[in-house]
Design a protein around this ligand. Structure first.
Ligand SMILES: [Zn+2]
Length: 178
């Protein structure tokens, strides 16, 4: 829908509410579309959601990537509506290691929320060292991490890919089945 199609605000994006000016839902929808991660575009935003059981916590969610996409979109929508400056970064565990060599990994340390994806990927000798240091640094700075683990990852595969020390960190996080 084009902003100009909006019958509530006539396309301005703003509405008068008493003596205040508030954002029209069409503008919020547009902003959210730009804010939410592209890889989860189209994944549903749940109507019922207990924000406080997720906000500020280290969480490990095991399930399918589509259901995780829905969780991420819902959680980020709640964060955004409370504070549009809330930052997040999203990265796969082997992509993170690749970025160490030829990219900028600072956002993954500094974002208000890191979303770490453990699916696909491949065996890499540096995963354990780098991901361990990332998770520990975030814990030290009290910045929460949301870890996704593909339901098809067996415990053995998880240990092979992430290493014992990283598995031991993420299994201490609050576990959520999705
Ligand atoms: Zn509108």
């Amino acid at each position: 829908m084009q902003a100009t199609d909006c019958t509530k605000c006539g396309g301005s994006g703003f509405l008068e509410s008493g003596d205040k000016v508030v954002k029209c839902s069409c503008l919020v929808t547009k902003e959210l579309k730009a804010y939410l991660p592209k890889i989860f575009e189209g994944d549903k935003i749940a109507k019922k959601f207990t924000f406080t059981s997720f906000a500020g916590k280290n969480i490990t969610a095991k399930g399918t990537i589509r259901r995780f996409g829905s969780l991420v979109n819902t959680l980020l929508t709640h964060h955004y509506l409370r504070d549009p400056k809330f930052t997040y970064s999203i990265v796969g565990y082997t992509t993170f290691v690749e970025q160490f060599f030829d990219g900028d990994v600072a956002p993954h340390y500094e974002a208000d929320l890191l979303i770490l994806l453990v699916y696909g990927g491949y065996q890499h000798s540096k995963v354990e060292e780098y991901v361990n240091s990332l998770l520990k640094d975030r814990e030290l700075n009290r910045r929460p991490t949301l870890v996704f683990i593909d339901k098809d990852f067996s415990d053995k595969l998880l240990r092979d890919r992430l290493g014992e020390s990283v598995v031991s960190i993420v299994t201490k996080f609050t576990a959520v089945n999705i």
